[in-house]
Structure formats: C-alpha cells, structure tokens
Design a protein around this ligand. Structure first.
Ligand SMILES: Nc1ncnc2c1ncn2[C@@H]1O[C@H](COP(=O)(O)OP(=O)(O)OP(=O)(O)O)[C@@H](O)[C@H]1O
Length: 237
C-alpha cells in the first residue's frame, strides 16, 4: 500500500482551504493528521476519498501507483481506501447486522477478508447488539459500527475522521485498543484527530496541517510528543 499526495489544492465554492499539501503513507503505517480546529483535516480526508464537496483544484493523489485524483468515492473504495466519517453516519433505521451486511466488498485481496463474524469477534459488543437498530446504539457502539462498516470493504488504507469525537474516556480506551489491534493486519491507517494525546499514542508518524493550508511539519510521534515548542506552535498545547 502506498498513498502519495502531491501539491494538493482543495477548496469550496466560497473558499480555498488547502494550498499545496504533500505527504506519503507507506505499508503498515499508522499516521495521525493533526491541526487546530478548522485547519482542513476533514477537507483533506474527504478530498482523498473522492467525497465532494470539496473540490480538488490542482495537485494529485496516487494510491498504489494509480492516479485517483479524479475518481469517484465508489471507485476509490473499490481500490482499497475506506473512510470512517466524522459523526459516524451509520444507518439508524437498519440493525447493526444489516449495517454491516449492506457494504460492497472488495474480493481480490491478499490476506484475511473481513466478514460480519470477524467484525463481531473484533468488537464483541457489536455481536451482542447485532439485532438492535443502529439509532439505539450508544455513541461508542456507533463508532465501533462505523469502523466495522469501513473494515467490511476490505481496505488496505483505513482513514478515520475524528474517531474520538464525543466519546467517554472508557470508550476511547476500547477504540484505542482496537485501532492498535489492526496493526500488523496489513492495514495502513490515517487518523485525523483533535485529541492529540490519543493520536500520539496510536500513531507512528504525524503530519500537521496549519493555517497556511499545507503541512509545515511531519515526523515521528515521539519527536512531537517531546517538543513543547512544536506542540504550542501548531496545536496550542
Ligand atoms: N461545505 C463547506 N463549504 C464551505 N466551507 C467549508 C465547508 N466545510 C468546511 N469548510 C471550511 O473549510 C475550512 C476547513 O474545515 P475542516 O472541517 O476541513 O477543518 P477541520 O480541521 O477538519 O476542523 P474540525 O476539527 O473543526 O472538524 C473551515 O474554514 C471550514 O469553515
């Protein structure tokens, strides 16, 4: 798996948000995307996944050597990138089981495929709630379901947009543990997060987005954790 983002400019009808974003993600890497509120984390992950708005105005996104800059979100999903959207977006009027069963799956993959049973092994709590309507699940259970739905596509790159948002600390521990559990399964992960401590615990590498609409710093998570000037400058911590 390799993702290469080069010179990406992205915006909305009303405003240009990203002004030349460059980064790469390699095989088996967990990368955190950090930045203060409104810097463009969601804009960047939506652009990579082919979700519109926003619109990519220049630059390119290449995934496993294929230019996906102009591809639709469905095409990108079929190539192996899956997103856990901000706000979870599960189907409230379907059961847990139905939410997982309706996902189109990529079949031509190396390694173990995801099945509903495997998701229930991975998140036992979802197995217990498989006949419940998704709208009746707690926030944490909905987040597990959103991750389960993304895994069902059999991605090689999983992108999560603020997985910690609105979750209680005990649930965060579960989500953190499960994201750790994905390591070594051949999956690479990009996590956009406001919760810097959590992100630094989970990630091998960090990219920071700032008000220039680009990536002023990237490096190892432990480097950032130990650099109070960087934390203050870009994340106001
Ligand atoms: N649909 C939209 N139309 C116009 N502008 C938008 C739209 N969505 C986001 N923006 C603007 O784009 C900029 C970046 O927003 P974005 O949501 O990508 O930031 P973020 O880093 O993910 O922030 P947060 O952590 O608050 O979600 C903000 O100025 C926001 O107001």
């Amino acid at each position: 798996m390799s993702l290469n983002v080069t010179g990406l400019h992205v915006g909305y009808a009303t405003a240009q948000v990203l002004h030349g974003v460059d980064f790469t993600i390699g095989e088996n890497e967990t990368v955190a995307l950090l930045g203060r509120n409104g810097m463009g984390k969601t804009t960047l992950v939506r652009a990579i996944c082919g979700l519109r708005p926003p619109t990519i105005t220049s630059g390119s996104v290449t995934f496993d050597g294929v230019d996906i800059t102009k591809k639709s979100s469905h095409q990108i999903s079929r190539l192996g990138i899956s997103i856990v959207p901000q706000g979870r977006r599960v189907f409230g009027s379907l059961t847990t089981l139905e939410n997982l069963s309706v996902i189109p799956q990529r079949k031509d993959i190396l390694g173990e495929r995801w099945t509903v049973e495997r998701v229930f092994e991975f998140f036992p709590r979802l197995g217990e709630r498989q006949t419940s309507m998704a709208r009746s699940l707690s926030g944490g259970e909905q987040q597990m379901l959103a991750i389960g739905r993304a895994l069902m596509t059999n991605p090689s790159l999983l992108i999560m947009d603020e997985p910690s948002e609105g979750l209680a600390p005990s649930v965060l521990d579960v989500i953190h543990d499960r994201i750790e559990g994905l390591r070594g399964t051949g999956l690479s992960t990009l996590i956009a997060e406001q919760n810097v401590d959590l992100a630094l615990d989970m990630a091998d590498r960090v990219i920071i987005i700032d008000d220039s609409g680009s990536i002023p710093w990237s490096g190892r998570a432990d480097e950032l954790r130990n650099d109070s000037a960087l934390l203050e400058r870009y994340l106001s911590i």
